[in-house]
Design a protein. Sequence first.
Length: 170
Amino acid sequence: MGWIGGALALVVLGVVVARAIEAQRGPGLSAWHKAVLPVLSIAELDATDWAGWLADEERAFAAVRRDVTEALPAEDRVPANRFFAGSPIHTPRFATDWYRSFVMEPEGMPIGVAVLLHGLTDAPFSMRHLAMQYRDAGFLAIALRVPGHGTVPAGLTDTNREQWMAARWR
């Protein structure tokens, strides 16, 4: 490895240790970083239908309201915080909350179905324009909010790939 490799390893180790110390001295986590929401188990996902899925989604968003939005300290009640009820970007204020699962129906009989899944750490809002294109082309467009997504960042701490795979159109 030689002295250059050893020196490089020491520099990298020093950077990692310095960054870890700096991270520990930063501000504490906010409510949206700590609120772990209940998610249906794989067995519960397998046993539920669309109505059950939407009911569970409502429970998750109710928990966000209770544990995050209503519990925000004064310093976090600012317009730039999407969890603040008075924020112009607080999605429950919109006519449609695109963070939730949704269905877009075409005029007349559908010619097919398009099931749209958002990406990792995303939410159904990213599928909105694509769903509109499918709907306008005559398809029933369904955008599913994958478990743990679209609520709070901490929502992903208690979900796994198996739950994401089990979440499917019923």
